[in-house]
Design a binder for this molecule. Structure first.
Ligand code: NAD
Length: 452
């Protein structure tokens, strides 16, 4: 795509199989260059009602289509996504399951057969964050439409573009009203959570907003899936190949500048290898430098000013409380970029250990005793992901099973897999997505008692 074609792209809501222009317009900025991107409409109550009505018209027909037909539409969407990969990837870089749920006989005796079946919920409202705008939304769209639901997606107002274009591409594949996208700010999200025509909210975002959504959804007893924030710990045992593991842990901390829900946020290293680990980690961290002109980048700027201020505030707090900062003292004057910052052994009660940084500042802590490090890793209200590294996989597994987190990676940094249920324990969420269990969260379960 030529720069001229890119520049003249037009964005609209995708409602009832058509593009809907908005009365109110917004324009986001490229966080790398601070330059304005494209105009994008912002929906309000009126547009939300049009979308809900269209979904209500589509649902009785869509939900009765055989699952094979829904899967076929989904596969066509996958093809369309692949065909448009570069186009959508360009937009993403600018803005920074298949499974069949069969009926199941759960009990049978001489008098009765009990069958469990799973029916679609109705209309799903998907509310998405800015850190992986397309990937996180597509997971919700795929699960909703293959299970027979209709879905209205609201992207983050910081990154509205790629999902609007994907929904536009999808209008040629799925019937009108099945997959719609409305851009809007927090108030549109709030309206979705109270709308009586929406049966489920699938939300990915911060714990703070997740609590508001849970409260608002109670009025209509909507089903909710909340994928929220975390403060993921990585535990490194004494027997590892230090050079290799330090580099891989640094990748897990710093990919996308730490703006990943399951990025490692705290690293606990056995005291006997701490010095060598620190040295190797710092070397690896220095590789993640500014790459403003290289796309797709493995390291980039903070996506927005708000996140930049949060991370900068944590760096200032480390300085003010006398923490030993090994690398990252010189903050880049270039816009939203923050240099990878490594903090050597801050106290367990410091803000950088207690809070979700969601940015490239990493505390490296030291441990001696296995029970003690498990207690420290679990000493938080949240529980999204965790990693354990040891050559002794039995020991690593034993530590992993004791960690209070929805996903645990043994001898790997964090790599979510579409086949695995993805969920947060404690205040990292309610319910989850992906895998069979994730698909079931888009269904009502019905028990049919058939007397003989
Ligand atoms: P956020 O909670 O600020 O916003 C997320 C979405 O919620 C946006 O679309 C926003 O417009 C909407 N929203 C805001 N207030 C609302 C309200 N009252 N009612 C309904 N919707 C409302 O989160 P963010 O800053 O975009 O994303 C970063 C956070 O997301 C981090 O905490 C990160 O850990 C978390 N996250 C979690 C996962 C996961 O799978 N668990 C994945 C990615 C990001």
């Amino acid at each position: 795509m030529s720069p001229n074609e890119l520049q003249t792209l037009k964005f609209a809501h995708v409602v009832d199989g058509k593009l809907l222009e908005g009365k109110k317009l917004d324009c986001c900025k490229d966080p790398r260059t601070n330059e304005p991107l494209w105009n994008v409409p912002v929906a309000g109550e009126e547009e939300l009602q049009i979308a809900v009505t269209a979904a209500q018209n589509a649902f009785p027909i869509w939900s009765k289509k055989p699952v094979t037909e829904r899967q076929s539409a989904l596969l066509q969407l996958v093809d369309a996504l692949r065909e448009q990969k570069e186009f959508l990837a360009t937009i993403v870089s600018k803005e920074t399951g298949k499974s069949e749920i069969f009926d199941e006989i759960v009990h049978e005796d001489d008098t009765v057969q009990i069958v469990q079946t799973h029916t679609p919920l109705g209309i799903v409202g998907a509310i998405c964050p800015w850190n992986f705008p397309l990937v996180l939304a597509v997971a919700k769209v795929a699960a909703a439409i293959v299970t027979g639901n209709c879905i209205i997606v609201k992207p983050s107002p910081f990154t509205p573009y790629s999902i609007l274009k994907f929904a536009e591409i999808a209008t040629k594949i799925v019937p009108a009203g099945v997959f719609q996208a409305l851009n809007g700010d927090n108030s549109l999200g709030a309206s979705m959570t109270t709308h009586p025509g929406i049966q489920k909210i699938s939300f990915t975002g911060s714990t703070k907003t997740g609590k508001k959504i849970m409260e608002a959804a109670s009025g209509t007893l909507k089903r909710i899936t909340l994928e929220l924030g975390g403060n993921d710990a990585t535990i490194v045992c004494a027997d590892v190949d230090v050079s290799k593991v330090a580099t891989e842990v640094a990748n897990g901390c710093l990919f996308n500048a730490g703006q990943m829900c399951v990025a490692t946020k705290r690293v606990y290293v056995h005291e006997s290898i701490r010095e060598e680990f620190l040295q190797r980690f710092v070397e690896a961290a220095k590789v993640f430098t500014e790459q403003p002109t290289i796309a797709p980048p493995i390291f980039g700027p903070m996506q927005n000013q708000m996140q930049h201020a949060i991370v900068q505030g944590l760096i200032e707090d480390c300085k003010a409380t006398g923490c030993n900062i090994l690398v990252g003292q010189n903050q880049s004057p270039n816009g939203l970029f923050i240099e990878p910052t490594v903090v050597d052994n801050p106290p367990d009660d410091s803000r950088i250990v207690r809070e979700e940084q969601f940015g490239p500042i990493i505390p490296i802590l030291s441990w001696k005793d296995e029970e003690e490090v498990i207690t420290r890793a679990n000493d938080t209200d949240v529980g999204l992901g965790a990693c354990v590294w040891s050559k002794d996989s039995t020991r690593a597994l034993s530590i992993g099973r004791q960690l209070e987190a929805g996903s645990v990676w043994i001898n790997s940094s964090e790599k979510p897999n579409p086949a695995a249920y993805f969920s947060g324990h404690k205040q990292s969420g309610i319910g989850g997505e992906r895998g069979r269990q994730g698909l079931l969260s888009y269904c009502n379960t019905q028990s049919i008692h058939i007397y003989k």
